[in-house]
Write a protein that binds this ligand. Structure first.
Ligand code: CA
Ligand code: CA
Length: 132
C-alpha cells in the first residue's frame, strides 16, 4: 500500500480475513465502511509516526482501524529496522548518492516532512542522532 493517499469507501469491505496491512504516511483519509465485515483485530504497519496518524481522517464503521494494533514508524529510521542508528545515516547517504540501499523507507527519510528526500533531511538525521 505504499503511496496510497486515500482508502475509498468499502475498499476492503469483503475481506473478513484481513489481518495485516501496510499504510503509507501519505494517507490522509479513509472512507466510510472501508473495512465493513473486517471484524478481526489486525496489525497495521503505518509508515508515519503516531503524531501523523492523528491527522488521518477515519470514516464511519471502520471498526477494524479502531481495534487493530498499530506499529508506527520512527522518523529517521530510513532502513526500517525499528531503531535509529548509524545504519540509517548510511542508507540515506547511499540514497542521496543514487546507490540503492538494501532497504529504504522514503517516508521515514523525509524528516522535515516536506515531501522530498534531500540533503536537508540528511542534516536533520545526523543532528537527531547526535542528540541521543
Ligand atoms: Ca534504523
Ligand atoms: Ca524532506
Amino acid at each position: 500500500m505504499t503511496g496510497i493517499e486515500y482508502i475509498g469507501p468499502s475498499s476492503f469491505a469483503n475481506c473478513p480475513k484481513l489481518e495485516e496491512m501496510k499504510i503509507s504516511r501519505r494517507l490522509y483519509a479513509i472512507g466510510d465502511d472501508a473495512f465493513e465485515k473486517c471484524k478481526t483485530r489486525g496489525m497495521i504497519h503505518y509508515s508515519g509516526t503516531e503524531e501523523s496518524w492523528k491527522n488521518v481522517e477515519n470514516g464511519k464503521n471502520n471498526l477494524f482501524i479502531r481495534i487493530s494494533e498499530f506499529a508506527y514508524g520512527i522518523s529517521g529510521d530510513t532502513d526500517e529496522d525499528g531503531k535509529l542508528g548509524v545504519t540509517d545515516v548510511i542508507a540515506l547517504q547511499k540514497w542521496l548518492l543514487s546507490v540503492p540501499p538494501e532497504k529504504f523507507n522514503s517516508d521515514l527519510a523525509d524528516l522535515d516532512e516536506n515531501g522530498v528526500v534531500n540533503i536537508f533531511d540528511f542534516v536533520l538525521l545526523k543532528r537527531k542522532l547526535l542528540k541521543k
